[in-house]
Write a protein that binds this ligand. Structure first.
Ligand code: FES
Ligand code: FES
Length: 163
């Protein structure tokens, strides 16, 4: 039996008919049509499906859509302003931190949550901030560097610590 819910995604309300067991990742991708959120393992292990919920990273593959009502959900599509990339996205491109790109949306959203709560993270804090996001391509070095460069761009960093 379907249930009518309203999800607030990237500042916009979506009225949706979902089953009580529908997962947030599937609803975001298939019903709302925002395919930037990726589904990797589907069991809470890889972080590809990370979205922000009230500013906190959440694994949308183990989150029920019905439990997401009343929260502010942000996906990767909500980060850029039109054609203008968010500074974290820019840094990922500039530092070569994107290869196949499958982990990138989740990685960037985890980075955003980190920089929102800690604008000047150390290398170790960056590694902890993305500990739940797996990347099979980059070896993480460029990702950590990109997040450090983004912190600098966003004005939170006093000195460059990751070289
Ligand atoms: S797809 Fe959600 S954690 Fe892997
Ligand atoms: S860039 Fe391919 S998994 Fe991270």
């Amino acid at each position: 039996m379907k249930k009518l819910i309203t999800l607030n995604i990237n500042g916009q309300d979506f009225d949706l008919a979902v089953s009580p067991r529908d997962l947030l990742v599937d609803v975001i991708r298939k019903k709302v049509g925002l395919t930037g959120t990726k589904k990797g393992c589907g069991q809470g292990d890889c972080g590809a499906c990370t979205v922000l919920m009230d500013g906190h990273p959440v694994l949308s593959c183990i989150t029920l859509a019905v439990a997401s009502q009343g929260k502010k959900i942000q996906t990767i599509e909500g980060l850029s302003e039109g054609e203008k990339l968010h500074p974290i996205q820019e840094s990922f491109v500039e530092q070569g931190a994107v290869q196949c790109g499958y982990c990138t949306p989740g990685m960037i959203l985890s980075a955003k949550a980190l920089l929102d709560r800690n604008p000047d993270p150390s290398e170790e804090e960056i590694k902890q901030g993305i500990a739940g996001n797996l990347c099979r391509c980059t070896g993480y070095k460029k990702i950590v560097k990109a997040i450090s460069a983004a912190a600098e761009k966003l004005g939170g960093k006093e000195e460059e610590r990751v070289r």
